[in-house]
Write a protein that binds this ligand. Sequence first.
Ligand code: GTP
Ligand code: MG
Length: 385
Amino acid sequence: MPTNLPAEAQAKLAKYQEARTVEEKIKALEEALPLIPDHKGTEKMRAQLKTTLAKLRKELEKKKSTKTSRTDVYSFKKEGAATVVLLGSANSGKSTLLRLLTNAKPEVSEYEMTTVKPVPAIMFHQDVGIQLVELPAVITSKLEETPFTSRSIAAARNADMIIIMVDGMNNPYHQFTTIVEMLEESGIVLGVKDYEVVLEKKDSGGLRLVVFGRFRDSYEELRQQLLQIGIRNAVVKIYGDAGVDEVVEQVLRPTVFKKSVVVMGRADAATKEDVEKLKKAVEKMNIPLFLFSEGHAFAEETFVKKVFESLDLVRIYTQKDGVVNRRPVVMKKGTTVGELAQIIHKEIAKELKFAKVWGRSVKIQGQQVGPGHVLMDGDTVELFV
Ligand SMILES: Nc1nc2c(ncn2[C@@H]2O[C@H](COP(=O)(O)OP(=O)(O)OP(=O)(O)O)[C@@H](O)[C@H]2O)c(=O)[nH]1
Ligand SMILES: [Mg+2]
């Protein structure tokens, strides 16, 4: 927990909170940082502010560089039930894997950075189409940044899931740790969070704390901390288990959590030691690892299934008058009968009396359930109004 900050630092941080443009934000942070005393109590806060500053500078750079080109080659339309990106090092085999899993035919070559703009395509898990997008490489074989690094990372931030691809031929362990660090610097953490802090800034009304899970510290402590960093009016919502530290972090260095899978491409060229080293690092982060070599057996179905499962989606088949619609409605895991009805038609949701369900979520097939019933992947549902 940071100690009390000098008044000038508090004033600058308040200015940062009020800043509207990236330029204003950078200026306020550049002025605030030297005013925050450098000691143990402020260490974490200084680090968080520094990463935020670095991110803002990158954002500004990107804004400047893209201003000149009229059409953004990086933009692509989201399609399918979810968007998954292939993010990795140059020549790791991203295009080769995309060709195997989808109908796309991106160029494959021995030269680094052959892919220079995102290649969106669709891969199928049974009857569900999932968008798979190859992003231009984020590091070279020498572990250096590429001209695409910041834009590819920005695209990954908008995706539902990240497949990290490293080159088995070229120090895969270091590639992996470099990419993970790069993502963290940009506020993207791989994994699942067990809490969420949502901070809605307001123009007036003071501070309000709404706890849906558990708040570890006192409201007064939180109020003091938020005032110090310039937040005077806001609603803070806590889901799961969090304390003052988590709220402050969310303000100073907003982080997103992303599910991921790691693929070692060109695995045929990797040494046993390289495979073991990468395996250990990936396992430690609780992320699945797949080895992929072109022309060798690859458990494609297992891989796509793993991606689908990580996305936490369920397929629900609707039925009307006993006839099943063969195209499923794809929704988030935990979806209820009531939420399904909302998606189909607001009027149906309003007038819903009950539903009949077949599948894994019910003990008796054709069981009658209410709107609060949680559905499972593969269920068939008939709604009755
Ligand atoms: N030995 C070996 N070579 C492979 C394998 N997969 C791809 N390659 C070769 O590696 C090179 C790079 O493959 P790509 O699929 O273009 O790699 P990429 O990650 O899309 O590369 P960039 O788009 O340039 O970042 C090509 O020459 C491929 O033929 C593999 O499993 N084993
Ligand atoms: Mg490529």
